[in-house]
Design a protein around this ligand. Structure first.
Ligand SMILES: [Fe+2]
Length: 451
């Protein structure tokens, strides 16, 4: 991205190199950036008067006393309190929050969907969000929701923030731009973005139509998983996460700000763009990450490790080792294990697994799980390779093989995921999904040595 690409009137800080112009590297870093020289106070947060007549304001993503605290100091044209008047409830019927247990919808089952199709309807980030599943309770900040977005229109003089959640965005088609209070993130398939709770932004279409997935995290923020015996490298490396440099617009135009708060949506009118942060410093910021920089680690002799080996990000639940959400990536890799059934084994878990296909073919399901499609294997429901995958992998010549052209992911949570009415009735559910296991044969006949 280069400066001339920015929205008209937006002024951005210098920073970043080459393809990363406009971004600063490092997950959880304490960044500092200013779009005008001298706008950022040095050596203190709250001078008696800020340069340029800016207002100092802190955005806290954790309790003050959390360890470590996550917060960002902003220096802005107006304090945020001037970015709202009274709030009025509005209805966004397809964006649901937990608890959303629909009495006549059965969430107990193995489910798979074709891609949710685009329609003639013009949809923005707000009207195009389609909730598939919810888990936990948004009011107690526990659990998550999974969504598909279909976006064809930019938000114009319209802004949004979620007080409920951090959003993990996984594009599948099209390019989006997130103009946020803290800077601009351009996002395309094979990248992800993390939008923190409370951050105000506007979403524009760079290349449409746009479809993708969102994991809405009600709980503690995503962090990098502990690598344990893997050591200091591989999986997702902190330097590959990029925060935007400061960018602001000084635009006085009647606008709306929509707020998601305890599962409800409210709108307020304002006279200007709220993207007026001229400088900021802190460790609470939006991030983007290129999934192609994820370095997978796996079995190099025999057997198949648990999929946790492919965790990109994890959001803790308070129970050590038991995530509120794990974001897991199944990307291109070599399979080399000897005398091994290489695809995922049959299993049932306490965790509930929602998968999405970004592109290509997934090894446990050669057919039916298509780019843009999703599957759900809920708490304690058995699943595993379909018959074709089982027979193929059981009889394969076990030479080193590159799994190419494949990128799928999983939003896994410790809580059961409940289907929305949209997921059960409007989305293209594959009624015959369960049949993919129906033709698995009984091979046992009591004969020793039979394989
Ligand atoms: Fe699974």
């Amino acid at each position: 991205m280069t400066t001339h690409d920015l929205p008209k009137g937006m002024i951005r800080a210098p920073g970043g190199l080459g393809p990363h112009e406009g971004y600063m590297p490092g997950f959880g870093n304490d960044f500092e950036t200013e779009a005008l020289p001298g706008a950022l106070p040095q050596g203190m947060n709250s001078p008696q008067k800020c340069n340029y007549g800016l207002y100092g304001e802190q955005l806290s993503g954790t309790a003050f006393t959390a360890n470590p605290p996550e917060r960002t100091w902003t220096y802005r044209i107006r304090p945020s309190v001037k970015h709202s008047t009274r709030y009025a409830r509005i209805d966004l019927p397809f964006w649901q929050s937990a608890p959303n247990v629909v009495p006549d919808v059965t969430s107990l089952g193995q489910y798979r969907w074709d891609p949710v199709p685009y329609t003639e309807e013009r949809l923005t980030w707000l009207t195009g969000m389609r909730t598939m599943t919810t888990a936990g309770d948004v009011n107690t900040q526990v659990g998550m929701a999974s969504h598909v977005y279909l976006v064809t229109e930019s938000m114009v003089d319209s802004y949004f923030f979620s007080a409920d959640s951090e959003l993990l965005v996984v594009p599948q088609e099209g390019r989006l731009r997130f103009c946020t209070e803290l800077g601009v993130i351009d996002l395309e398939p094979r990248e992800i973005a993390i939008l923190p709770r409370g951050l105000v932004y506007r979403v524009e279409v760079l290349d449409g139509p746009c479809r993708g997935f969102v994991c809405e995290n009600y709980g503690q923020k995503f962090e990098l998983p502990a690598r344990g015996p893997i050591g200091a490298n591989c999986l997702a490396n902190p330097r590959d996460f990029k925060a935007p440099v400061a960018a602001f617009e000084d635009r006085e135009k009647p606008s709306t700000l929509t707020v998601k708060w305890c599962g409800q949506f409210h709108e307020t009118g304002i006279g200007q763009s709220p993207l007026d942060v001229v400088a900021w410093h802190g460790n609470y910021a939006p991030l983007k990450y290129d999934l192609r920089t994820y370095c997978p680690v796996g079995a190099v002799l025999f057997d198949h490790p648990d999929p946790s080996i492919f965790t990109v990000l994890t959001a803790p639940s308070g129970v050590p080792g038991t995530a509120n959400i794990d974001f897991v990536l199944f990307r291109e890799r070599w399979t080399v294990a000897e005398d091994t059934f290489r695809p995922p084994w049959y299993h049932k878990n306490i965790m509930s697994e929602l998968m999405g296909n970004i592109y290509g073919q997934y090894d446990a399901k050669p057919k039916g799980f298509v780019p843009g499609g999703m599957s759900l294997h809920n708490m304690m429901l058995p699943h595993g390779p379909d018959r074709n995958a089982f027979e193929g992998a059981s009889n394969a010549d076990l030479k080193a093989e590159k799994l190419d052209n494949t990128m799928s992911f999983m939003f896994e949570t410790r809580f059961p995921q409940h289907l929305t009415r949209f997921a059960a009735e409007d989305a293209p559910l594959q009624d015959d999904y369960i049949d993919c296991w129906a033709s698995l044969e009984k091979k046992f006949d009591g004969t020793p040595g039979r394989k």
